[in-house]
Design a protein around this ligand. Structure first.
Ligand code: AHR
Length: 519
């Protein structure tokens, strides 16, 4: 770690320039400039969105236990899980998939539960899906959470009529067939449905389409996604798989303003190799470093897809919707490979922290993101074991970052050391900052080095630092995680290693930590 890098982070357009400069010792402090007088872009709270698919134990067991369960529940939905998710203020929840969305037929999931037909969940473990959790249960969950629903429609194996009727069922207040069917099933008033996705991964599990073909399919299906009863739908088209920039080019050219949002999917695979992803809990420093390296690719992705979008949409009316992201490890030994159940360590928390910083810094284009997935699947917030529940290190990052929800991005310029391993270099520190409606500034800082603390001195432009407080998430081991035996092994603690200065503040970030400071 003998060089410095310059990170320039602004909101419009968000830049993340990285330039090496003359060699300096690792003792050199990082220098941060916060431009509070240039806070002009709002960080949508939807960047802190979530994703819950009919996959493994996410919906069944994780959320839905049924009304007769001994596990305390409200209309079949676990109370402990709802309470935990309310505490991180889940703003929006995407459902029912994922790959599952393109084989889901919504009419199977309405009406008396014992009469609902079962199906096989072919993507995820080939298990029987009894359809007990359907539209009414999902909307109830959203209401209990206070979250906006984001429903993903079936383009891959569903008809235009089916999609049209689903939207009518959910949102029409007319004396119409689908609205009346909803009333018959116990819900008089339509629900508010702000977000609707027209297919999922249509380049893959959603139909293996080419972008030109999908663009036409989108135009056709979307025509019949109607705005009923004053409900205005923000329409989200299926976007690219990671570095498939051509997909974005075609969609921007052939769909354009017919969509409000264009999605992007990117998973961090710690080894960069889908064939051997590696264990969630047993890893060494090279794997830690490669995980951070892979996760930082999100910066490049958001910037490059954003540049393509800028050409067709310089006013940034079309949102980038990163509706699947997170770390994808090997499943926990002994669990169903189709259930994607993985543990969650401090390493995952760092990935969450740096990724959310990237989204914040690009909030002029990134209007929503949905981490995959909420419970018991991939980079989960919550793990359950029958009646037991724990929250993960990633959950704590979402909780610590709540002050960024709907706050104004404070552009940040950071000059700091690099974290180098085996000749590979990444920035050691990741940052984003925002000003809330009460004028408080929150700075979220991640130190990606597993062993080296970093001193940081900050100049605050356009503001004065009075009182400060802080919280930190760290642990002695890089693979620290919460278990049902030790559910609080990793949790935030108060942080006081800072000093207000004439110009701003100074602090020392512990190794492998996420620190959130309030100024
Ligand atoms: O999140 C798991 C799966 O990853 C989703 O179902 C799919 O959209 C993606 O490939």
């Amino acid at each position: 770690m003998n060089r410095t890098c310059l990170l320039l982070l602004t909101g419009f357009p968000a830049l993340f320039a990285l330039a090496s400069s003359a060699a300096e010792s690792s003792a050199a402090p990082a220098r941060l400039i916060l431009r509070a007088d240039q806070a002009r872009q709002q960080i949508s709270r939807n960047i802190y969105g979530h994703f819950a698919e009919h996959l493994g134990r996410c919906i069944y067991e994780g959320i839905w236990v049924g009304e007769d369960s001994p596990i305390p529940n409200t209309r079949g939905i676990r109370n402990d899980v709802v309470a935990a998710l309310k505490a991180i203020r889940v703003p929006v929840l995407r459902w029912p998939g994922g790959c599952f969305a393109d084989e889901y037929h919504w009419k199977d999931g309405i009406g008396p539960r014992h009469q609902r037909p079962a199906m096989i969940n072919t993507h995820w473990g080939g298990v029987v899906e009894n359809n007990h959790f359907g539209t009414h249960e999902f909307m109830d969950l959203c209401e209990q959470l206070g979250a906006d629903p984001y429903v993903c429609g079936n383009v891959g194996s569903g008809s235009v009529q089916e999609m049209m009727e689903w939207v009518e069922y959910m949102t029409s207040d007319a004396d119409s067939p689908m609205a009346n069917l909803r009333r018959k099933n116990g819900r008089d008033k339509p629900w508010r449905l702000p977000y609707f996705g027209v297919g999922n991964e249509s380049w893959g599990c959603g139909g293996n389409m080419r972008p030109e073909y999908y663009a036409d399919q989108y135009r056709r299906y979307n025509t019949f996604v109607k705005n009923y009863a004053g409900n205005r739908i923000y329409r989200i088209a299926c976007g690219a798989n990671a570095f498939d920039f051509r997909w974005t080019e075609v969609l921007m050219a052939d769909v354009g303003r017919r969509m409000n949002g264009l999605s992007l999917h990117f998973y961090t695979v710690p080894t960069g190799n889908w064939g051997r992803k590696g264990s969630a809990t047993r890893f060494d420093e090279p794997q830690w470093h490669s995980t951070m390296r892979e996760a930082l690719k999100m910066e490049d992705l958001v910037r490059r897809h954003g540049e393509i979008m800028d050409k067709a949409d310089p006013q940034k009316r079309i949102g980038m919707i990163v509706d699947e992201w997170g770390v994808w490890h090997d499943v926990e030994p002994g669990t169903n490979p189709g259930f994607l159940y993985q543990q969650n360590t401090l390493r995952d928390a760092l990935v969450a922290g740096l990724t959310l910083n990237i989204f914040n810094n690009h909030c002029d284009r990134v209007k929503m993101a949905n981490i995959a997935q909420t419970i018991n699947v991939l980079q989960a917030m919550v793990l359950t074991d029958r009646e037991k529940m724990l929250v993960t290190p990633t959950y704590h990052v979402f909780e610590m970052y709540v002050p960024h929800h709907d706050a104004m991005l404070v552009p940040a310029e950071l000059q700091g050391p690099e974290y180098e391993l085996d000749g590979q270099k990444i920035p050691q520190v990741s940052v984003s900052a925002s000003r809330d409606k009460n004028g408080r500034i929150h700075v979220s800082l991640c130190n990606l080095s597993p062993a080296t603390p970093v001193r940081l001195s900050c100049d605050l432009e356009g503001g004065k630092v009075g009182a400060m407080k802080g919280r930190v998430l760290t642990a002695p081991e890089i693979n620290a995680h919460n278990t049902f035996e030790r559910p609080e092994a990793v949790k935030p603690a108060p942080f006081e290693d800072f000093t207000p200065t004439q110009k701003g503040f100074e602090t020392t970030l512990p190794a492998k930590s996420i620190v959130v400071l309030e100024l």
